[in-house]
Design a protein around this ligand. Sequence first.
Ligand SMILES: Cc1ncc(COP(=O)(O)O)c(C=O)c1O
Length: 412
Amino acid sequence: MRATTTDERTWWKRPGLGIVEGRLTIAGRDAEEMARERGTPIFVYDLERAREQAEALRGAFEAADVPATVRYALKAQREPGFLRFLRRRAPFVGLDVCSPGELEWALEHGWGPDEISYTGTNLSDRDLARILPTGCHLNVDLLSQLERVGRAAPGRTIGIRVNPRAGATHAGGGESAYAGSKPTKFGIYPERLLDAVAIARRYDLTIDTVHVHSGYLYFDDSLDAVEEVIRRVALATSSLIEAGCPIAEVNTGGGLGVPFRPSDTPLDLAAWAGIMARHLAPLGVTVATEPGEFIAKQSGVHLAEVVTVEDRDGSTFVGLDTGWNVLCEHFVYRIPFYPILCRAAGAAPVRDVTFSGHINEGPDLFAEDHPFPEVTEGDIVALPNVGAYNASMTSMHCMREPAAAVLLEDRV
Ligand SMILES: Cc1ncc(COP(=O)(O)O)c(C=O)c1O
């Protein structure tokens, strides 16, 4: 086990996540006390963090002098209390939705159709029958889907999603599961744009938006790759404008990273917005962004109780009363978690341990060979930076229930 400094061990500290007298605090409250009071497993959300992140994005666009719209990707986190808070405290934030269910949820929770952008994939006629009457803006991602929308709603104004064959991720730039050298299921390729225009003409569809989403959790070292994506999208937009499409918005999708590993530093938002300003502002369009992780990830902390500490062939397993069914990012995406001992946050580690969950599957692990302080059964462990794509992807696997949520609206 490598020796570490306190700063290295507390890399996750930020406003709303701190240490008071050695104990972990969330929005100024003692994390362990909240876990004991409310029971585990539980998600605790510092909602101010979500607002701060949304404000930071808006501020970056303003500083770069780019007309912009911030929409939050609902798929990341759809807790009603989370949404009510955003609506009230960050009313400038619209929503990105990707299914009829999300669209209906967005409308039920206070957003109007004009504040919602729908970008989904593989839409059926049944999906369209639920989407089209709401009047929300729809971005279409394949030529065959354009035909389907044209048949269902001739005369409508829509957007098209393009695939720039380039992406950006936390693993570096260039390729992603959305767009890269290998064909993916998303987006119309640049050389097929005029085919898209021809289909649109046939059904009297007006194309007013260009959409791209081709990255996830990217950081400064991928900004060159982001710039290449946006450069290609700007070219696509220009060719659509030349073909007579009144493009009013370029929606740049999500993918912006927030630190979730000790080595991460916050994304340079000024540099990021500068890329948008350089390539898209000259086209006279509004630039939209629709992040999920960037707004929700840091707001959520998962708390669980240690129910097992056992040495197994030289490896110490720390078993938690939670499972991948509620905390799935590691299981599904291999995104690492960094557990914290609530009563001794930042304490020096004594050994490497492996955190496991209560689902009957071998890969139900949260962190492997993770340096950790002395831990005993009954301790409360926190997993920070899990506010996006964990609770919202909860399953009832093994008939384990969803984890409850505590939503903290202020910091004390
Ligand atoms: C179309 C679209 N927009 C936005 C997002 C949000 O992405 P992220 O949470 O990485 O910012 C996604 C995520 O899959 C997406 O598919």
